[in-house]
Design a protein around this ligand. Structure first.
Ligand code: CAO
Length: 556
């Protein structure tokens, strides 16, 4: 039985382009395999085959402009039946939802590559009796998660049938930088869950679908005619998440992965290989990235890696079977710990570190801080030495701009940043995260203290938005609440310096006549010696020490 596969309803787009033909005549495809990829000016869509069979004729080629109902290909179906049938496949690959009284074939939502939620309502025509069913479900997708490379679903907080409210957390995602709970963008009943714990996802992937009352009513009202398949309608995203449209077709010089011109199949392949599409030069039309480009890129990277590892001369650490010597237990490292390990290793190997130790006499600062805490007690605000340290560091960074900088590749330039975003190392049960306190130069000590406590709370509650961990210009790692006398923090590259703070202690200090008890705070400034000279570092910590000793200087 020869079966025709037609271009489905593509919503408002008048014409779509065939951008990839993924099959050839004679190929055997399964139901849901994608024989072609279509692209409108809004999204790319893999068109799933509605049934299994052998490709007999392909009627389109890459670059063809087609519109709804155009014949894509003909399949020899395996099942028995009569003559020719035409089927417009549902235009996206998502799990089928069973709707009571629904159409005889699957109804599926359309999903773009970006973080938009999609509304279901695809109609499927089979033989003469066309059944059209408007679904009332909306899909919630993975939002824009900034620069995160790998995101894994670590917890699913809902189950099918749950009635959830807007902003209820639905899943926990974990990237190499943080864990975050994803809130529901609207209320509804959970009808499908498309992910499972441990699954790797990326921006735009479907998480769950929700049945929403409002949509049902809306659809009942517009019962006439066919429900438009349409490229997805947008649903209000969770607060704090960014939604991006697909880059316009003529945007070959895009600088981020989301702006790169590539189809879903290519994006999938890039994800599988861990390739950042923004790094790949596209050889297709309009600089489109093709599968061959990914393959060539991977090959080139492997060759390069081999060459650079050989050159580095780092001897491998032998693998030891420790169980030979006694009982052992293998404890899985959290994703954050693994990512931290990678980042620290990278920084340690790339940055020639030097640590400058110094001390600050914070006797007066402590008196002032404690008096402020007494005054602030009723408001619930509590200042730790950290708030003053942030303020003092900003003063020092303004005075010594080379510490608020990054080194350009090739050592031609130092990029001086005119903004002061301070990263604060926060210990959480899952590992170390570094939220960023933005525009610290524009804030007073109380606001800095407050923001810092809030960020630490969010980090520990896995509620930090992804973009709150980007853009730091300098980092402070305070172990003062715990103990220790000094340590050598590792620069959070591409920053060029990090301040480590240890626990203050009361020490006898000679004032010229006698020893007097003073509160001394140990400071450990690690810096990238390629960007900063030792003398500059000594001046930086001396300056910092003076500001901390005389808090009035913070006002200057
Ligand atoms: N000297 C003496 N006491 C200090 C101090 C210091 N340098 N810094 C903080 N304290 C005191 C605080 O005043 C507070 O005292 P009270 O309990 O009497 O009020 C107590 O220690 C606990 O402070 P805290 O740690 O809760 O608060 P903080 O503002 O100092 O630090 C944060 C916040 C998020 C930085 C911290 O909780 C944290 O996570 N630190 C670990 C960072 C880390 O792991 N760094 C290593 C990274 S590897 O380079």
């Amino acid at each position: 039985m020869l079966q025709q596969v037609l271009v489905p309803d593509v919503g408002e787009a008048e014409e779509v382009e065939v951008i990839e033909v993924l099959v050839k005549v004679g190929d055997v495809v399964s139901a849901d395999d994608s024989p072609v990829v279509l692209e409108s000016d809004k999204a790319s869509m893999e068109i799933p085959s509605p049934f299994a069979g052998t490709i007999e004729v392909i009627h389109v080629k890459e670059g063809d402009q087609v519109d709804e109902g155009a014949l894509i290909l003909e399949l020899e179906m395996q099942a028995s039946g009569s003559d020719r049938k035409s089927v417009s496949p549902a235009p996206a690959k998502e799990p089928v939802n069973e709707e009571p009284g629904g159409a005889t074939s699957s109804e599926e939502g359309v999903s773009t590559e970006k973080g938009v939620s999609t509304e279901k309502g695809v109609s499927t025509e089979i033989e003469a009796s066309t059944e059209i069913e408007a679904s009332t479900e909306k899909t919630v997708t993975v939002p824009d998660v900034g620069e995160a490379e790998e995101i894994v679903v670590t917890e699913i907080l809902i189950k099918i049938g749950d009635q959830i409210q807007e902003n209820d957390s639905i899943v926990v995602l974990e990237s190499d930088k943080a864990s975050m709970e994803i809130p529901a963008p609207f209320a509804g009943v959970v009808s499908s869950i498309f992910v499972e714990e441990g699954k790797e996802v990326s921006e735009g992937d479907a998480l769950i679908s929700l049945k929403t009352k409002g949509v049902q009513e809306e659809q009942k009202e517009s019962s006439s005619g066919r429900t438009p398949t349409s490229l997805p309608e947008k649903v209000q995203p969770p607060p704090g998440t960014k939604i991006q449209e697909m880059a316009p077709r003529a945007a070959p010089k895009a600088s981020t992965e989301t702006n790169v011109h590539a189809g879903p199949a290519v994006r999938k392949q890039a994800r599988q290989y861990g390739v950042d599409l923004a790094d790949v030069k596209g050889s297709g039309r309009h600089s489109r990235v093709l599968k061959e480009d990914i393959q060539a890129f991977v090959k080139q990277q492997l060759t390069h890696k081999r060459a650079s590892t050989e050159g580095s001369g780092i001897p491998a650490v032998p693998i030891v079977d420790f169980s030979r010597f006694g009982e052992i237990e293998r404890k899985t490292m959290s994703r954050i710990k693994r990512a931290t390990a990678r980042n620290l290793h990278r920084s340690w190997l790339n940055v020639p570190h030097v640590t400058q130790f110094d001390e600050a006499d914070i006797t007066e600062l402590e008196l002032f801080r404690k008096s402020q805490n007494t005054e602030l007690a009723k408001s619930g605000i509590k200042l730790t030495p950290l708030a003053f340290l942030i303020k003092a560091c900003v003063n020092a960074l303004i005075e010594f701009p080379q510490f608020n900088a990054s080194l350009e590749a090739g050592y031609e330039n130092l990029i001086l940043k005119k903004y002061y975003n301070i990263g604060i190392a926060v210990e959480t049960p899952d590992g170390l995260v570094v939220p960023v306190l933005r525009d610290a130069d524009k804030k007073g000590v109380i606001e800095l203290g407050n923001d810092c406590a809030e960020l630490a709370g969010l980090a520990r509650g896995k509620k930090l938005p992804m973009d709150s961990m980007q853009g730091a210009t300098f980092t402070i790692s305070s172990l003062g609440g715990i103990g220790g006398t000094k340590f050598t923090p590792i620069v959070n590259t591409p920053e060029v310096a990090i301040l480590g703070v240890s626990r203050s202690r009361i020490s006898p200090v000679w004032d010229g006549k006698e020893f007097v008890p003073r509160t001394i705070l140990p400071l450990s400034l690690s810096y990238d010696h390629r960007a900063i000279d030792g003398a500059e570092a000594a001046r930086f910590t001396s300056y910092l020490s003076r500001v901390l000793t005389d808090v009035r200087r913070m006002l200057l």
